[in-house]
Design a protein around this ligand. Structure first.
Ligand SMILES: [Zn+2]
Length: 116
């Protein structure tokens, strides 16, 4: 189908932009919001699978699809994040301890132990 449309359009004689807007599949405009409040609008083919995230055009951060859930969420599976899995194994108190342990390893200088 798309083949025929491409073959039928002649570059040079007609504006390719006009052909695209009239002949190709219907488009939807998808809006993504980035954590900093930037808005990224993307025209997409209506039947295309719309990604749940997009790179922010302004700052490059990961932007979330504004209306509707991510495609995985629509499939009925609750999305389990690494954070969820972590919380299944450890309480927040545990995590606090682990964090402090790691910080102590990373910053031994915090405890001055130099013998002069
Ligand atoms: Zn941004």
């Amino acid at each position: 189908m798309a083949d025929r449309v491409l073959r039928g359009s002649r570059l040079g004689t007609t504006s390719y932009e006009t052909d695209r807007n009239t002949d190709l599949a219907p488009r939807v405009e998808v809006v993504y919001d980035c954590p900093s409040g930037h808005e990224t609008r993307m025209p997409m083919a209506a039947e295309a699978e719309i990604p749940g995230t997009w790179e922010c055009r302004t700052c490059g951060a990961t932007s979330l699809l504004r209306d509707g859930e991510a495609p995985e969420a629509r499939a009925g599976k609750p999305v389990r994040t690494h954070w969820d899995m972590l919380l299944e194994r450890r309480s927040l108190d545990d995590l606090e301890d682990v964090l402090n342990e790691r910080l102590a390893v990373l910053k031994p200088a915090a405890k001055p132990r130099k013998s002069a």
